[in-house]
Write a protein that binds this ligand. Structure first.
Ligand SMILES: Cc1ncc(COP(=O)(O)O)c(C=O)c1O
Length: 369
């Protein structure tokens, strides 16, 4: 009898790597080197390789990765940065933190990713950057975004917090031609630390140098600082853990892809799915269905111990924190509609057949009532 099904089973995933991780943590603790150092360097090299990118800078979080990218690109007061409203607050938060203005554009009703047509309508002389989000791990139409941005010298910073291992036209996210690609290693991500962590990936050596310096208080030498920076570094323990987990990332994404295929085949017809972008391969960070009775279904499933999620229930332009931007209900109809209709279902690489079957059975039961 199944009592509980988590949205993402982190304790279960820990069991899978426990034998490798625990001795490694002990080794790092004994070394006395807890910040940056060889563990972080090894992971940075391996993650850059995984992303087919030249450089990787480990950071303290996905938020910090985005923030440092904006700082390094000199974006600040008087600048506008375009992004989507159906994302985690960090994507827009960092724009405000560097002193620039977030400008939202609507999303495509099929992929729920940035809609290039809406993006085009929001570009002004003040637009300095665009931050597209690979939502749920589904890649954005990055070629189309670059086609709009390049001629106007607008930089592109990819928010790949949810997209480790996703692909666009056969190329892994991080290897594309954007200025930087920003990853989060928050524990729930496909590649998650046991705490906070992030990375910036870039092919631009100058940007790598600046971001690395900014992430370490603008240090040239231990107490000699040439820039104003932050404590934006990745911890040694997290670097060591991530390096172990990176070996399994491709396998875990494949396992999730199989489960998503099964969900899609077995769920009732009333459940609609989010389209994968043309030429894209999702990393399946999240599997969400679209249904009008979202809250009722979530409540029904909870009654059977099935945890679900909503990514995200309130679009950013309607959040109190962004009230100062002056947006109103109705400004981004697609993002608003799907904020009320998407439901994320349990998904983790080692999810058992009886677990996924239980979720599917209960969703059928909800509609057969
Ligand atoms: C789309 C998106 N952007 C940014 C972030 C921020 O990442 P972090 O939580 O590592 O700061 C997250 C993670 O939660 C995210 O999902």
């Amino acid at each position: 009898m199944i009592k509980k099904i988590l949205l993402m089973d982190l304790p279960g995933q820990f069991k899978f790597v426990e034998k490798e991780v625990l001795p490694k943590i002990k080794e790092v603790l004994k070394s006395g080197r807890y910040i940056m150092g060889p563990e972080v360097k090894r992971f940075e090299d391996n993650f850059a390789k995984y992303c087919h990118a030249r450089y990787c800078i480990g950071t303290s979080s996905g938020t910090e990765s985005l923030y440092l990218s904006l700082l390094a690109l000199g974006i600040g007061e008087g600048d506008e940065v375009i992004t989507v409203p159906n994302t985690f607050t960090a994507t827009a938060e960092v724009i405000v933190l560097v002193g620039a203005k977030p400008v939202f554009c609507d999303v495509d009703p099929n992929t729920l990713n940035l809609d290039p047509k809406s993006l085009k309508s929001k570009i002004t002389k003040k637009t300095k950057a665009v931050i597209p989000v690979h939502l749920h791990g589904n890649p954005v139409d990055i070629d189309e975004i670059h086609r709009l941005c390049k001629p106007k010298k607008i930089v592109v910073i990819e928010d790949a917090a949810q997209a480790h291992g996703a692909k666009y036209k056969g190329r892994v996210i991080g290897s594309l031609v954007s200025e930087t690609t920003c990853f989060s290693f928050h524990p729930v991500k496909n590649l998650g630390a046991f705490g906070d962590g992030g990375a910036v990936v870039t092919n631009n050596g100058k940007l790598e140098e600046i971001i690395r310096k900014l992430s370490n208080h603008g240090r040239e030498d231990h107490y000699f600082h040439s820039m104003i920076g932050t404590t934006g570094r990745l911890d040694a323990i997290q670097g060591a853990i991530l390096d172990i987990k990176l070996k399994y990332l491709t396998k875990w994404i494949k396992q999730k892809a199989k489960l998503v295929k099964y969900y899609r085949k077995k769920l009732p017809n009333v459940c609609k799915f989010i389209d994968t972008t043309k030429g894209g391969e999702s990393s399946h960070h999240i599997f969400a269905i679209i249904i009008s009775e979202r809250d009722e279904l979530a409540k029904y499933l909870k009654g059977f111990g099935i945890e679900t999620g909503v990514h995200y229930p309130t679009p950013l332009h309607l959040q109190p924190a962004y009230k100062f931007l002056g947006y109103r209900v109705g400004d981004f109809p697609v993002a608003e509609k799907y904020a009320n209709e998407t439901l994320s279902l349990p998904l983790y690489p080692h999810m058992k057949k009886e677990e996924i079957d239980f979720v599917i059975e209960k969703i059928h039961q909800f509609y057969d009532k």
